[in-house]
Design a protein around this ligand. Sequence first.
Ligand code: ZN
Length: 314
Amino acid sequence: MNTVRIPKVINFGEDALGNTTYPDNALIVTTAPPPLSDKWIKKMGIKDYMLFDKVTPEPSINDVNQVISEYKDKNPSVLIGLGGGSSMDVVKYAAPEMKKSKILIPTTFGTGAEMTTYCVLKFDGKKKLLREDRFLADMAVVDSYFMDGTPKQIVNNSVCDALAQASEGHDSKLGNELTRMFCKEAFDRLYDAIMNDRPQDYPYGSMLSGIGFGNCSTTLGHALSYVFSNEGVPHGYSLSSCTTIAHKFNNSPFYERFKECMEKLGFERMDLKADVAEAAAVVMTDKGHLDPNPKPVTEQDVIQCLNDIKAYNL
Ligand SMILES: [Zn+2]
């Protein structure tokens, strides 16, 4: 048997943000400061709401507990996570604790987090990746409105993540015919949007990617990428080379087109400061990404991939 979980309601497309009806007395949770959150809230057309805008970037369970203790007695109708991953992660955890439903509205795209059962929070100062059914949104609202004014490099990093997640997810051993359908459609849409300069189509492709990989997994490309992230390379950027070399290693049907997109987006060579053998040993501990890889991966394979990335031999 296969199981695929998606939010009960997905509002997307032109002016999804303004055309969605939000219940009265909702609690909006965001990291954004007032000038920005005011603008977003106005665009949502929501009048009767409470606002918690003190979520810290890379939030911890303390942020969740603060929301619960401040608002439990005010009995909000629903929790709305409005922002990037941080705001959504706090709502993903807090809403079920408060026995409330949740609406997720991503203001950045790429991770597809609004579609997934993943939640990243710090516990005792350490980031933990949690995955539970209760973290799934009751409603997700996806609108390309938020892309206005986002710097091009950030947009490129985000679409690279979405493209990597779609294609790694497609090839994952944990996938099934339905996840593969979402992943393939996501990849095709994103490929088209990238090659034809239509960034406004990225959020929809990223949403499809989230449904696809969120119900299976990513693989070798993501496993390789974290040693670069540890040296400060943005997640999306690190995937430009890591997923390309992983697709080459796996003989993925996406290899050529993925590489073509990376060239079009203008990603360049990345260096690795850490010793390759030591980095490879770290990569090998990432069973969550390596076990579902379509081909078995040895430490020697990882060393080869890292050397190829460093030499830009993709
Ligand atoms: Zn990713």
